[in-house]
Design a protein around this ligand. Structure first.
Ligand code: FNR
Length: 194
């Protein structure tokens, strides 16, 4: 897909649970993507400090976990976010991470796949889509899907073995990959470098 050093997809689970169904969904995507695409799971969501614009402006020194997170986002060809819904909202840890990206250039024009391990979680999915559009990302419609995983104790291997789930995940992955060349062209227009 990409013609530059940005060759991985960054996967972010909005759940901090050790047995998270959203994280398993992302691990399943990683299994399906290999060896064509590298999927890197971001593991630092719980270590990010609370967003504070005072730490994010001119002359401020970004906290180290934030700097590392922004670098991971910057280097990705696309993002895949899979998140639960809590009380009809986006989990605070995930919204906090997105807030740290608002004023930087790293996420601009980035193609995004929004996954969801529970088709009931429509409020969080809609709120995430609104936030990400506001941040000038490109939501890839065919790569935004909810799959019935939550509550079924399916791990990544079981998800991949399920024909219906695998077919939908592969379609989402292909749609996301197809969106990356246009992203790189727009990045060159914006930043003047590949
Ligand atoms: C939930 N869940 C939930 N689901 C939903 O569709 N609407 C909601 O408002 C809520 N609220 C909610 C609150 C709290 C405190 C918990 C713990 C759970 C269910 C939750 O979103 C669902 O089980 C996710 O699929 C869990 O994701 P992980 O942690 O397995 O990735």
């Amino acid at each position: 897909m990409p013609q530059r050093a940005q060759t991985y997809l960054l996967a972010i689970s909005g759940s901090l649970r050790a047995r998270s169904s959203n994280a398993e969904l992302l691990r399943a995507l990683r299994l399906l993507a290999a060896p064509r695409f590298e999927v890197r799971l971001y593991e630092g969501l719980g270590e990010l400090p609370h967003f504070n614009p005072d730490l994010d402006g001119d002359g401020a020194v970004l906290p180290q976990p934030v700097a590392a997170f922004r670098q991971s986002v910057d280097g990705a060809a696309a993002l895949v976010i899979s998140s639960p819904e809590y009380a009809h909202g986006v989990p605070g840890a995930l919204k906090n991470a997105l807030d740290w990206l608002v004023s930087g250039p790293e996420i601009i024009y980035k193609p995004i796949s929004l996954l969801n391990a529970s088709p009931r979680s429509t409020h969080a999915q809609a709120a995430l889509a609104e936030t990400l559009r506001t941040m000038s990302t490109v939501l890839v419609d065919e790569a935004c899907i909810a799959l019935p995983i939550s509550g079924r104790a399916l791990d990544a291997d079981a998800i991949v073995k399920d024909d219906a789930l695998r077919t939908q995940l592969e379609a989402a992955l292909s749609a996301l990959a197809a969106a990356t060349p246009a992203y790189f062209e727009r990045r060159v227009e914006l930043f003047g470098e590949p």
